[in-house]
Design a protein around this ligand. Sequence first.
Ligand code: NAG
Ligand code: NAG
Ligand code: NAG
Ligand code: NAG
Length: 431
Amino acid sequence: MGYRSHFNFLFLSFLLIISTSIAKKSSASSSSHPHVKTLVFPVTKVHSDFGPDQYVTEIKKKTPKLPIKVSIDISHDIPFLYCERSYLRYTYKPINCSSPLCSFANYPLNPCYSDNTCASYTYNNICDRYASGQLIQDIVTVKSIDGRSVSVPNFIFTCSIETFSFLGLPNGVKGVAGFGVSNISFTYEFAAAFGLKRKFAICLSPFERSNGSIFIGDGPYVLQPGNIDVSKSLTYTPLITNYYYRDFYLLLKAIKINGKLVPSDKWKHMLAFNYDKSGYNGGARIGTVYPYTAMESEILSSVVDEFVKALGKNITRVANVTPFDVCFNSNGIARTHLGPAVPTIELVFNNNAVWKIYGANSMVQVSRDVMCLALVSKKEGFWTKGAIEIGGYQLEDNLVQFDLDNNRVGFSSSLLSKQTSCSNFKYTNHA
Ligand SMILES: *[C@@H]1O[C@H](CO)[C@@H](O)[C@H](O)[C@H]1NC(C)=O
Ligand SMILES: *[C@@H]1O[C@H](CO)[C@@H](O)[C@H](O)[C@H]1NC(C)=O
Ligand SMILES: *[C@@H]1O[C@H](CO)[C@@H](O)[C@H](O)[C@H]1NC(C)=O
Ligand SMILES: *[C@@H]1O[C@H](CO)[C@@H](O)[C@H](O)[C@H]1NC(C)=O
């Protein structure tokens, strides 16, 4: 007994020393970073053998810091990360099953493990499957806009040891990060930790070899060359969020091609989104899970017809290449700094804000001589409720800011028109 209690005493003192030094360290690290104005996550476009290309970032978790790559699903909520079987470390804290956080994370379920810690279930949209794990708190380290590493000691996430929860993610990617409306998303947790605005901005690079960025917090978001603050070039439109489905909707009212309205008699009604027994239907969602903007086939065929007309007879159509609906011989298509010289597609929102889509975001080169319109027909399925799903390819080299407190989205249209691109962010040394 003497030995055990002695051991326990030593062990407890050890824990106490460690935890006070961690507490000191973490309060020191929060207070020595009083000027964290914006966080920046480097984002890499990653090819997946199992599904569409994804946008991936890297954070560090636990003590000692361990880098972990996570796929981005902007409207999702609870971060879920792979945990090694030997995960337990002294900074790890399970969430109590009776904690309100546990019921919040699992609404409407409230699952508990036998040791009264909180189990957590979340839907992984990228892989189309449920993921489960334990809801825990641990230290997570990310970067401030000036390049400093900053930590959140009690970051809440689902910690999963089940590798099947991550099937479908690219090799080496072991988690999913959501930035959506939920007080346990990246945006909310980091904003709370550093006193930032609950807004984030995505600037995705189309190239696997050069990173884009996601910013949490206010601008300026400065890009090179010439220190351009791209946060100044945002046009805003309302954002409709829906916690239960983890969706971001925009109020799209029309589509134009080279300034001409695409006839919408057959599908205008689909742009209104409604709630019914089967959930939300229709409307225009925006997200990073779909690699190309997907549309109901009626909408897509009207857009394709107008686009082909506007492109003119001189451009030869060639056989379609899956998954696209219309492809062309690219030899007759000139190149400009905005990408291939093709008609401009405009998304017109209910407040008359217009998002312009130029060749760099509307055409995809599928082989040396063939280029296709980078829009696809919507797949059926529970998680593809929108009539239009604005997706990855159309977001690249555009700055898109989601202001969750003010329910609005700001977009820049192509940054190429401002002689910069999403690969041009550099950490500064001065905050
Ligand atoms: C891109 O970001 C990743 C971390 O997410 C980093 O490991 C890599 O070095 C970066 N690549 C470039 C070209 O900066
Ligand atoms: C967690 O739950 C247990 C009951 O199983 C309780 O004794 C304990 O005080 C709780 N801890 C916290 C931090 O709420
Ligand atoms: C998280 O959100 C829920 C629901 O909106 C709320 O009831 C709860 O108080 C929030 N928790 C914290 C810590 O803000
Ligand atoms: C189509 O091609 C012909 C022959 O090359 C050229 O004369 C004409 O101007 C072109 N028309 C358009 C609309 O580009």
